[in-house]
Structure formats: C-alpha cells, structure tokens
Design a protein around this ligand. Sequence first.
Ligand code: AMP
Ligand code: TRP
Length: 333
Amino acid sequence: MSKKIFSGVQPTGNLHLGNYLGAIKNFVDLNNDNQNECIFCVVDLHAITVKQDKDQLTNNIRETAATFIASGIDPSKSIIFNQSKVHAHAEGSWILSCMAPMGWLNRMTQFKEKAGKDKEKASVGLYIYPILMASDILLYDATHVPVGEDQKQHLELTRDIAQKFNKDFDCEDFLRVPEPLIKKNFSRIMSLKDGLKKMSKSDPSDLSRINLTDTKDEIINKIKKAKTDSLPIPNEYQKLKDRLEAKNLLGIYSSISDQTLDKTIDEFEGKNFSDLKSQLAEVLLSKISPISDEIKKLVNDQNYLDKVLVEGANKAEEIAGKKIKEMKKIIGF
Ligand code: AMP
Ligand code: TRP
C-alpha cells in the first residue's frame, strides 16, 4: 500500500544519535521505498517555542536540511522544506486550537517536562506546540508519521483532534486520522551518562550524546567514557532489566547495525564492556562519520540548501494551501 509520510525535526542544533536512530534513519528507509510519498519538514515554528538566537536559528534550519540529505533523503524524491515558509501551518494551528479542549492539552507530558517548575514563565506557544504539530500532519492527509517514542502522546492527540473536527463539522474523513510509525525496539535512545535520561540536544553534558557532526575522535572518546557497570554481558535480555546503561549500549549497537537484540546479545555474551565499546565505536564510525562529513560539506553550500528548501516549500504549499482552503470553507469562512 502506498503511504503518505509526514514528519518533522526541530532546527535547534546538536542533532544526535537519538534523532538519527529514533527518527531520521526511518525517514531514509521510507524515502527509499518508491511506493511512498514523503514530506520531511524542518519545524522552525516549533523551535521558537523556546528562545532562539536569530543567526543560529538560520544556520540550524540549513543544517537540519543538510542532515536529512546527508543521511540519505533524496530531495528529488521527498519534499524537504521549512515550516515557516508555508502559511497554512500557522493558520491551521489556530483553527485546530479552537477545536481542542484545554483538558486534552493539560495531559501532555512533554509540556510538563519542558516547562519545568515555573509553568507561568513558559510561552503559550510551548503549551500549544502539539496543536501546531497536529496542523502539520493533518494538512497533508498523512497516513503515517515516523517519530521517536517521546512523540507518541502528541500523535494520539493529533488523532483525537482530527476525529473531533470531522465530528463537529459533520465532515466524515475530511481530516485523515494518521498512524504513528514508532520502532518497536529502541525507539528511545538514552544518555550515555545516565540510563534514566533520554539522549537530548539540551543535556548540558556533551558527553551524554553522539552528535551527528562529531569528529571521529569525539565519537571514540564519548563511547570510551560512556557509563557501564562491572558485570559481564549476560546471555539473555531479561537479565539486562536493571542494567539501563548496558541495555542502552547494546540497543544502540543493534539498532545501528540493523540486527536484533538477541543476535547482539549472542555476539557479546560473557564478554566485557571494553569489547562491546570498541566494536560499537567502530560501527558508529563507519555509519555516522560519512554522514557527518557530508553535513559539513553541504552546510558550506548554502545556495544548494536554500534551493532545496524553496523548491520543497513550493510543493508543500500546493498541498497544504488546498487543504486549508477546504478547511476554511467547512468552517464557514
Ligand atoms: P526533535 O529534535 O525534538 O525535533 O526530535 C526529532 C525526532 O527525533 C522526533 O521524532 C523524536 O521523537 C526523535 N528523538 C529525539 N530524541 C530521541 C531519543 N533520545 N531517542 C529516540 N528518538 C528521539
Ligand atoms: N514535535 C516533534 C518533536 O519534537 C517535531 C514535529 C513537529 C513533528 N511537527 C511534526 C513530528 C509533525 C512529526 C510530525 O520531535
């Protein structure tokens, strides 16, 4: 069956191995299946829900597009664009924010995490962030949305909003109810320093993550310093239950080498972490370094990146512009 794929990544710098294994690697596989129509969006309107430096934001938009391309997304097959270039996203977001009850938004755990203790100081944008995400997805009639596990709740909200709109305006199937595409294993890559925290761009310790722009030496050093424990690697997954850091490293190894965790455990059973770490560093260098080199090359070619983004925005505008027009007609505008 042909799928309509939509996903987004925020241009907030430091794209890391979690973004790659949780999301971008799947984008590439979906892009490579000729049956699919894929749209990958640099969600710059989402980025400004927290304060951004102007010049850095501009650079990060290009770098995120470069990361998509360097990872293997082909801009002649998939649409790559940045959200702020297509008016319908913000307009759709307003309309949907008038449909979505506050009670639904109050349940969103990402807002609670990001707003921290002082909720009063968080921007209203951060609060309604999931509604903009729903607008992104619904404007393109997306059937499938590849994301990391942390976005599952936002996808459920998107589905609820679509169903409510269709019901409120008596327009069955007008907004397509999308399916999440979340990898079953290791859809959540954890920090290299703390198995309880997810790998994140905003972690103050750079040693907690492998950035997609890290040099070979940085990758080797970070894997060397990654937290482990003193026991050897067990012979079955169950025995890793309380060994979060060990589980994470084995999971990263499985995910990046496209093999099951059982196979990885078979491979390393009884060995100690120095063996796993040296092989993990090797496989990361072979998979991540070419991407990193290509990102560095592409960010120096601003004209090319801007051309990809403009052409992508023109194609996206055609699809989303039509949908928002129909949406406004349904409402009575
Ligand atoms: P963001 O950088 O927050 O825009 O996230 C972009 C994509 O990467 C989303 O699909 C996230 O779910 C995914 N992602 C971010 N961090 C991780 C992580 N530590 N493990 C797995 N997926 C992640
Ligand atoms: N909220 C997503 C994240 O933080 C990014 C995003 C915005 C997105 N719009 C989207 C993902 C639409 C999928 C589809 O990772």
